[in-house]
Design a protein around this ligand. Structure first.
Ligand SMILES: [Zn+2]
Length: 383
């Protein structure tokens, strides 16, 4: 499914099915930029589920764009689905990450234990576990070194029928054991039958999805790859890095022919004080004048950055003074995040089959740039 539009569907999913999808790697959980919930909020969530109160909805992004996601939640290593190869979509949780993480950390170990292929290996012990006290009907957060009451049931055993029966049996030795066993059964039912509305947004246009999420004030946990930035540039004369905007210089040459100005040689170089070359990296204006009577136009790199810098470049494009391709390339370099470095690697990444170009020549999506950069890093390529 490759879609440039954004489609959405809303379905209701049972909590165990949802957590199973997380365990099996069918629903991927990205790292969140939000702080994890504190104990108080966790306990409140469990209480809400126990009482059948709504706890909000989840948003899932279905996309062929490959995003970062977590391979372990709590102490549980998640299963890997075969990677979303070309054209096949993966589901990523983008809203409700803390909620699902909290629930999975509490309830998830049962999936591991019941997984015949893997469950014979014990999980690392958790620092704290959530429990339900069938006597007081309250949830507790228990550190591993705390003593548990005999009426406390670890939530990580909630989806484990065998342990649940064992615990119910042990309760019946108490005078009001039958009542407590009923409460345990009620707890299990409440979690088993708990429903969560899930909004699935299907799109490969990450920017559109990000905008859609921003409307709901969701801090979009979208992938690092798509938050590319350009933090340094490469000099067209000496090929060395231009570390900061004030070290850069944009220059080009113009000459008059009849009533027309004709430009050439738009480039980004080191400003004289930052140049590693003794003669500097900028044009020698006398030499260029001798060559074809061109005069030098130049401005600091800083003047071409930011929104006003983009406007300046667009004006340059509009004046027809310079070849369009040169101005467009400079706009790409200065305003398309990640392109400045990726441009060195895109042709080889295409040849290696790492990226597929599907826009007109000279234009790239952020995903393509990210993939080219990732590949270059993997291969140890410079710059
Ligand atoms: Zn230079």
């Amino acid at each position: 499914m490759v879609s440039r539009s954004v489609q959405q569907e809303v379905i209701v999913r049972r909590l165990p099915d949802l957590l199973r999808a997380v365990y099996e790697g069918r629903l991927r959980v990205p790292s969140s930029d939000q702080p994890p919930w504190d104990d108080k909020r966790r306990l409140k969530l469990l209480e809400a589920i126990y009482r059948g109160l709504p706890v909000g909805s989840l948003t899932v992004l279905r996309t062929t764009v490959e995003l970062d996601y977590r391979h372990t939640l709590g102490t549980v290593p998640l299963r890997e689905q075969p990677g979303p190869g070309q054209g096949s979509a993966g589901d990523y949780l983008v809203d409700g990450i803390e909620l699902v993480t909290t629930l999975f950390e509490a309830l998830g170990p049962a999936f591991w234990r019941n997984d015949g292929a893997r469950g014979h290996r014990p999980l690392a012990p958790a620092e704290a576990r959530l429990a339900f006290d069938v006597q007081t009907r309250t949830f507790q957060n228990r550190r591993s070194d705390e003593t548990w009451r005999v009426t406390e049931y670890a939530l990580e055993n909630l989806f484990d029928a065998e342990r649940q029966h064992g615990f119910a049996k042990s309760l019946r030795q108490f005078s009001d054991g039958e009542r407590m066993a009923n409460r345990l059964a009620h707890l299990v039912d409440a979690f088993f039958d708990f429903n969560l509305p899930v909004i699935t947004i299907a799109s490969d246009d990450v920017e559109a999805v990000q905008s859609a999420l921003a409307i709901r004030l969701v801090p979009a946990s979208l992938p690092r790859e798509h938050q590319l930035t350009t933090t340094c540039w490469y000099c067209d004369t000496c090929a060395q890095r231009i570390e900061q905007p004030r070290d850069g210089w944009v220059e080009w040459l113009v000459r008059r022919e009849g009533t027309q100005w004709i430009g050439r040689g738009l480039r980004l170089v080191h400003h004289q004080p930052a140049s590693p070359l003794p003669q500097g990296c900028q044009y020698d204006d006398q030499q260029e004048f001798t060559r074809d009577r061109s005069t030098l136009r130049d401005l600091p790199l800083e003047d071409f950055l930011g929104p006003d810098g983009l406007t300046r470049l667009l004006m340059l494009l509009d004046q027809y003074e310079l070849p369009r391709a040169e101005v467009i390339e400079m706009i790409n370099r200065l305003h398309v995040p990640g392109y400045e470095r990726a441009r060195f690697h895109i042709p080889d990444a295409v040849a290696a089959g790492v990226i597929d170009l599907n826009l007109p020549e000279g234009f790239y999506r952020q995903r393509q740039i990210a993939n080219a950069l990732e590949w270059a890093d993997r291969e140890g390529r410079k710059p």
